[in-house]
Design a protein around this ligand. Structure first.
Ligand SMILES: Cc1cc2nc3c(=O)[nH]c(=O)nc-3n(C[C@H](O)[C@H](O)[C@H](O)COP(=O)(O)OP(=O)(O)OC[C@H]3O[C@@H](n4cnc5c(N)ncnc54)[C@H](O)[C@@H]3O)c2cc1C
Length: 430
């Protein structure tokens, strides 16, 4: 028997898109249910076991790895916590001005560049920064969703989840939403949107007891750049899933001549953004640089795990073309186009020069290629949703990274929070 629950608004997914909208709507008095496919994981947070529990890591048919979080809070549970202003095309080409919401969020969450006191003791990272400067590249200390007072600068486990509560995650907004009356159902996998006469009337979900209908006057999909198009396709919007981008990275690891690597130094503390829109080059902690080699099955690199203190890392994050697609069964098609490959090669060459100048032995540099973490584009504004984020099914909206028409080549969480706030206060408030 199919069980039934009711709300005015059902929100699917609890990452920065879904949690922000849920918090705004619940605070304004709306009757909200949030459905989240993952669990509310606690014990793996901060441990390497996060990879086995909260992560979903899949390879596209063409060899690009894509990582996302399947857990309450979505991918923010596993993100680095770097904050970037929205890409300029949102305002210039789509007329979406998020300046007020970005300023509000930065103030509310005290987003600021990491202070000098935080990275003063970093040896390997600062050598990379110095080497970059000698080569004419400026690496900037990053703005982060991190409270430097609570954060341990020698931890470098942001990607496993933060056990110290130093990193903002969407779980904070979820908690606010629940406090304001929203109901959060975890381990609910939404299959499709239910509609009648072209208008949404709820969703069909599966939990461990079987099928459940959650009936609602409107549905807001925020299941991310992979989850949302799968639901849309199963709901009859066949064109969803195209124009897929992921911002794939090349993560590089190498051995420092004299041992001063980036072990116990936080990943993505500094970055050179002079080529943003094409690629960004940043510093990486030794453990993350090593783990990336293993994830890319560079198994010959395994013995370097014994010499972790000598390892130093860097990454190149590519602004890839929206050339991929996702099938209804979740199969991903994503390869780097020739133009992507050229830009990636340029970024890797820049990072390699910086590493060698900083003292990395050239022959030890290993490059794990094509690791994406910002899936989007698959329900883009102007293609699948209108400027009001509504799909072809009336009262069914999307508010997550899938609505971005193309990649900005920069981490998107601040943009998604600002977009969620703006949408909740304008189109969803009506
Ligand atoms: C390792 C890593 C590091 C990153 N670092 C940064 C960074 O420093 N800064 C930054 O801005 N961004 C970073 N990102 C990217 C960022 O985390 C994501 O782009 C962002 O969280 C996307 O938000 P979203 O709301 O679109 O989707 P998500 O955060 O992925 O949330 C989607 C949610 O929907 C749920 N869901 C999926 N399918 C269903 C379904 N069928 N039914 C119910 N629920 C479903 C998922 O479980 C998930 O909780 C990083 C990502 C990764 C993986």
């Amino acid at each position: 028997m199919t069980r039934v629950a009711r709300a005015n608004t059902v929100i699917v997914g609890s990452g920065p898109g879904g949690a922000t909208v849920a918090r705004e709507l619940a605070r304004s008095g709306d009757d909200v249910i949030i459905l989240e496919k993952g669990g509310y994981h606690r014990w793996p947070v901060g441990s390497v076991l996060a990879y086995a529990t909260m992560y979903d890591i899949k390879k596209s048919k063409d060899g690009v790895l894509v990582r996302r979080g399947i857990t309450a809070g979505g991918s923010t549970m596993l993100y680095s916590g770097n904050a970037y202003d929205p890409p300029s095309f949102l305002k210039e080409e789509l007329g979406i001005d998020l300046a007020a919401e970005v300023a509000e969020t930065k103030k509310e969450l005290s987003i600021q560049p990491v202070p000098e006191s935080f990275y003063r003791g970093y040896r390997g990272t600062m050598r990379m920064v110095g080497a970059a400067s000698e080569l004419g590249f400026r690496m900037r200390p990053q703005e982060r969703f991190i409270d430097p007072e609570l954060c341990d600068p020698a931890c470098d486990r942001c990607l496993f989840g933060c056990s110290r509560g130093a990193k903002w995650t969407a779980r904070e907004y979820l908690a606010d939403a629940v406090e304001a009356g929203a109901r959060l159902f975890v381990r609910h996998n939404v299959v499709k949107v239910l509609s009648s006469g072209g208008s949404a009337e709820g969703v069909l979900a599966r939990d461990r007891y079987g099928q459940k209908r959650i009936m609602a006057n409107r549905v807001i999909l925020a299941a991310g750049g992979i989850g949302t198009p799968i639901i849309l396709k199963k709901s009859g919007i066949a064109d969803a899933g195209g124009h897929f981008f992921t911002d794939p990275m090349s993560v590089m690891a190498g051995t420092m001549k004299d041992g001063a690597g980036t072990y116990h130094e936080m990943t993505y503390t500094f970055a050179d953004e002079s080529m943003a829109g094409e690629f960004v080059v940043g510093t990486a902690g030794a453990v993350n640089a090593f783990m990336a080699q293993i994830a890319a099955l560079h198994l010959a690199y395994l013995p370097n795990g014994m010499r972790m203190k000598r390892l130093a890392g860097m990454f190149v994050k590519l602004c890839d073309e929206p050339s991929g697609s996702i099938d209804e069964d979740g199969t991903m098609h994503k390869r780097l186009t020739d133009a992507d490959e050229r830009r990636m090669a340029e970024g890797v060459d820049r990072a390699r020069r910086i590493m060698i100048r900083a003292g990395v032995v050239p022959g030890t540099i290993s490059v794990a290629k094509g690791i994406g973490g910002h899936p989007g584009g698959t329900a883009a504004i102007g293609r699948i949703v209108g400027s009001d984020l509504q799909t072809a099914i009336r009262n069914c909206y999307v508010c997550d990274n899938s609505v971005m028409p193309r990649s900005g080549g920069i981490p998107p969480v601040l943009t998604l929070i600002a977009l969620g706030k703006k949408a909740a206060r304008s189109v969803f408030a009506a």
